[in-house]
Design a protein around this ligand. Structure first.
Ligand code: SF4
Length: 374
C-alpha cells in the first residue's frame, strides 16, 4: 500500500465562481458578464467535460488575457487532493479531497479487467446515522454542490487519461471511467436536486457523456424520493441498502427505518419497478452475529418474493474498535445459498480496499485522528 499526503492551505477558491456548478447557458451568461462572446462558452465547456482540463492555463486555444481573467474570478478545480492511498495490488485508488471550505470527502477508483468503477460521494458527512458506518459518526456537514459531485468524476477521468498520473498497474492500462456508483459519503437522495443536476451533466452527451445504465445510485431507502426518482426518465440503476429484513433489526442498524419501514421501502421499490421495468439491487452488509443468521436469510427471501430484484451481499469493511465485524466467508456463502434456493438472484461483492480503509468514511476518519494527534 502507498500513502501520499498533500499539505493543504487556506483556500482562495472560496471567493471564486465554480464553473462546474453551471450549465452551459449559465456559463454563457457568466462569460457575457465578463464581456466575452457566446462561442467561448462552448469552447470552455468542451475543455472541461471532454478534455478534462483542470485549470484555465491548459485551455490553450483561449486568448491568454481571457485565461488570466478567468483564473482571477473563477475556478474549474472544486477539489484539492489531500490524501491518496493506493492498494498493494495497485488496483484500488482512494482519494480524500478537500473542498474550498475545508470539508473533506472521499472517492474510490477500482480497476477491474473490463471496468473502471468510480465510487463517489454526494454529501460531506451524512445525516442518516447508520450504526456500522464511519461516515455517520461525524454527522452531516453539508450537501455537495452539483459541481463538487461532477468534479470527482472529472478528477478520475483526468487521472485515467494521463499515463504519468497512474500508478504502475497489474491490469491493462485503463483510459476512461466506465461505471459510477453513488455509494461514497452521504445519502444521495438527501441531496436530491444537486445529485440529479450532476447526473444529468455526467450523462449529457455534450458534457461527460457516460451512459445512464452505467451509473448506480445507492440509497438507504428514502421512500418518497424513490418515487421521485422513478419519474426522472434517466435509466440510472437503483440500489437500496436494506441490511435487515424486519423493522426491529433494521432500525437498530439504519435509524432512518423509523421513518420509512421495511414494508414502506419495499412498496416504493415495487412502484419503481412497475414504472421503470428496471431490476433493483438490494444491498445487505453482512455483520457477524448481527444480521447473518440462516433464519434472517429465510425472512429476507420471503420479503423479496415477487420483486424484480437482485441481492448483493457485502462483506463489511470493519471499523477499528467497532462491534460490527464482517461475517466469515463460509457463513456469507451459506446466507447466499439460502437466498438463491428461494429464487432470489444473489451475488457476493468482491472484497476491495480493506487494507486502504476503502469503506465509506474510513479514510477521512483516520486522517482526522492523525490531525488530532499531530
Ligand atoms: S451507510 Fe451511507 S447512508 Fe448510512 S450513514 Fe453511512 S453514508 Fe450515510
Amino acid at each position: 500500500m502507498t500513502i501520499k499526503t498533500f499539505i493543504t492551505f487556506p483556500d482562495e477558491r472560496q471567493a471564486k465562481r465554480s464553473l462546474l456548478d453551471m450549465d452551459e447557458q449559465q456559463l454563457a451568461d457568466f462569460l457575457a458578464e465578463l464581456g466575452e462572446a457566446k462561442f467561448r462558452a462552448r469552447q470552455i465547456w468542451e475543455w472541461i467535460y471532454q478534455r478534462y482540463a483542470g485549470d484555465f492555463e491548459s485551455m490553450t486555444d483561449l486568448p491568454k488575457t481571457l485565461r488570466s481573467r478567468l483564473a482571477e474570478v473563477a475556478t474549474v478545480a472544486s477539489l484539492t487532493l489531500a490524501t491518496e492511498v493506493v492498494s498493494a495490488d495497485r488496483d484500488t485508488i482512494k482519494c480524500l479531497f478537500q473542498l474550498h471550505d475545508g470539508q473533506t470527502i472521499e472517492a474510490v477508483l477500482m480497476l477491474y479487467d473490463q471496468r473502471r468503477t468510480l465510487c463517489i460521494s454526494s454529501q460531506a458527512g451524512c445525516a442518516m446515522g447508520c450504526t456500522f458506518c464511519a461516515t455517520a459518526q461525524g454527522g452531516l456537514a453539508r450537501n455537495l454542490t452539483s459541481g463538487e459531485i461532477v468534479a470527482q468524476v472529472l478528477y478520475f477521468a483526468r487521472y485515467l487519461a494521463d499515463p504519468s498520473l497512474l500508478p504502475d498497474s497489474n491490469v491493462e492500462r485503463p483510459t476512461q471511467v466506465t461505471n459510477i456508483v453513488l455509494m461514497g459519503m452521504g445519502e444521495p437522495l438527501h441531496n436530491y436536486a444537486n445529485v440529479w443536476t450532476a447526473l444529468r451533466r455526467i450523462t449529457d452527451n455534450s458534457a461527460f457523456g457516460l451512459g445512464a445504465r452505467h451509473i448506480t445510485l445507492s440509497t438507504v431507502g428514502l421512500a418518497p424520493m424513490i418515487d421521485r426518482m422513478a419519474d426522472e426518465g434517466l435509466q440510472i440503476g437503483l440500489a437500496v441498502s436494506l441490511h435487515a429484513p424486519n423493522d426491529s433489526l433494521r432500525t437498530s442498524l439504519v435509524p432512518v427505518n423509523k421513518g420509512y419501514s421495511v414494508d414502506a421501502v419495499l412498496e416504493a421499490v415495487r412502484r419503481y419497478v412497475v414504472k421503470t421495468h428496471r431490476r433493483v439491487t438490494f444491498e445487505y452488509a453482512l455483520m457477524c452475529g448481527i444480521n447473518d443468521s440462516p433464519g434472517l436469510a429465510q425472512e429476507l427471501a420471503a420479503k423479496l418474493q415477487g420483486i424484480l430484484c437482485h441481492v448483493n451481499l457485502i462483506p463489511l469493511n470493519p471499523i477499528p474498535d467497532s462491534p460490527f465485524q464482517p461475517t466469515s466467508d463460509e457463513d456469507t456463502e451459506h446466507f447466499a445459498q439460502i437466498l438463491r434456493a428461494a429464487g432470489i438472484p444473489t451475488t457476493v461483492r468482491l472484497r476491495r480496499g480493506i487494507e486502504i480503509n476503502a469503506g465509506c468514511g474510513q479514510l477521512r476518519q483516520s486522517r482526522d485522528a492523525q490531525n488530532r494527534t499531530s
